[in-house]
Design a protein around this ligand. Structure first.
Ligand SMILES: [Zn+2]
Length: 296
């Protein structure tokens, strides 16, 4: 059955591959956190909201990835809530073809224009600011959790649950992907430190649900990121292209992926290379029409 499960007085989740959050006020108004992959999620959200007696007033987006925004078009049409995200994410939600564009770095190939990459645009998306916020009588706190994408956000419910989107990754997702998506290693590490220090009851992971052991998980995430950075560093044992280094590391991890997975991983790999350079552990130069990376 599709329904919101109550975590606490004002905090709910709808479990699934993409976990949807809801925070409520005294009057039955609800603020939804993320809208899942596609129209089916939009329909489920409204059905579950109706079943629980909620009126959907607003949608808060943790970030602009398609599995978090795909149900928004259905909600826009049928419930007309206000939409919110941090500015860079709002721009990508309003122009939802951008994800394929930045993965491919040109107008994307057809495989990067499917519903798994390209959602229906939602307009307008209002800009969030970090700090306390209220939508009608629903109060919560907005937190910056960058790293997984440029301006990833988190939402802390009145009851002390943090909707952490993809800022914190479950052990299962780590095992499945080998190198979970991120755009900035340093920021991801900083965000994980922030989460580890937070005085909350639990984190709600977008892929994994309620994590009461979020501190240990954040520590594990940090360790895994540092280990991957070391692995990439070790791979650069002679000057080589990003593609050659990538092939070497993916082979070691025995990673399996399709074309979309390749572009996601390759983008993440670029973030690790940048991190190594930023921390003085790698350098790059142009030679014979190739960018070559080498460790220091
Ligand atoms: Zn994501």
């Amino acid at each position: 059955m599709i329904a919101f499960q109550r975590l606490d007085q004002h905090t709910y989740i709808m479990p699934g591959n993409n976990v949807i959050g809801a925070m409520t006020g005294a009057s039955g108004r609800a603020v939804i956190v993320d809208t899942g992959l596609d129209e089916r999620y939009g329909r489920r959200i409204l059905k579950a909201a109706e079943g629980a007696g909620f009126t959907v007033s607003a949608v808060l987006y943790t970030h602009s990835h398609v599995d978090h925004i795909g149900g928004g078009g259905y909600l826009m049409e049928h419930a007309r809530p206000s939409f919110y995200a941090f500015p860079a994410e709002a721009a990508a939600i309003e122009n939802s073809g951008l994800e394929g564009f930045y993965l491919y770095a040109a107008r994307p190939i057809a495989e990067l224009s499917t519903k798994f990459v390209h959602a229906e645009a939602v307009l307008p998306v209002h800009h969030l600011e970090a700090g306390p916020m209220a939508v009608e009588d629903v109060s919560f706190e907005v937190v910056r959790l960058p790293g997984h994408c440029l301006e990833h956000g988190g939402f802390l419910s009145e009851d002390g649950y943090l909707f952490s989107g993809d800022a914190l990754i479950s052990r299962k997702v780590w095992q499945r992907t080998g190198m979970p998506y991120l755009v900035d290693v340093k920021e991801s590490l900083g965000t994980l430190e922030v989460i580890e220090e937070m005085d909350v009851k639990a984190c709600v992971l977008a892929h994994g649900g309620v994590a009461k052991d979020f501190r240990a998980l954040a520590r594990d995430n940090r360790r895994a990121i540092e280990e991957l950075a070391c692995r990439v560093h070790e791979a650069l044992d002679r000057p080589m292209t990003k593609e050659d280094a990538f092939r070497k590391v993916m082979g070691e991890l025995d990673a399996r992926f399709d074309l979309v997975g390749y572009y996601l991983l390759m983008s993440t790999f670029g973030a690790y290379l940048r991190y190594l350079r930023e921390t003085g552990r790698a350098e790059l130069h142009l030679e014979n029409h190739q960018v070559l990376w080498n460790r220091l």
